[in-house]
Design a protein around this ligand. Sequence first.
Ligand SMILES: [Zn+2]
Length: 219
Amino acid sequence: MTPSKIIRSKRRTLSISINDNAELIVRAPHKLSIDKIHDFIIEKEKWLNKQKKIVNKRLSGSFLDKDMALYLGSLFPIKTAQCQSNKLTFNGEEFLAGSSEQEIISLSLKKWYKNKFKEVAIPRLTYFADKYNISVNQVRIKDQKTLWGSCSSRNNINLNYLLIMAPMYVIDYVIIHELVHTIHKNHSANFWKTVESMMPNFKEAKSWLKEFGYKLRKL
Ligand SMILES: [Zn+2]
């Protein structure tokens, strides 16, 4: 198993875990060699596979579970709060729904997702566009059943708000992918080279979408 992330710090011991996206996360002291880390992973392979299975099983259910909602790659509980409006809020740990009716919760969650995606994605797009000197015509946030993003011949970019359920690096990847389409209107080798130069780990994001993307569309 290859780690998705190795976090180095001042800690003294090595720790490995499987996060909510079934990725292997390693926490290691600054000086510990990669070989030692790999040895440790091999030693724990059996346990890791078991953990991964559990998380994958959880992930294989619909992300819009009756009482859980996905936000930036993590699942949060939805609780019903007694209040006048049907508004849905998020306090950093849980969603508070103003109604216990499933249909109302679902609608208000969609609304919340859409607003949140705008809030999260637009500044990221502006950041990458400025950083790489890319000019974009118009950016629209859409409900799309089939596409995560698109870029027109006139450099209008559309982004799918359902991506708010994906981890941040996946959102970044889709944004970068569409920004690169303003330069290359195809998926040529040069296109992918440019994507990689902006995001060296873009393949991880691609495989996340391949593996879990269809679940986001169930909303
Ligand atoms: Zn493309």
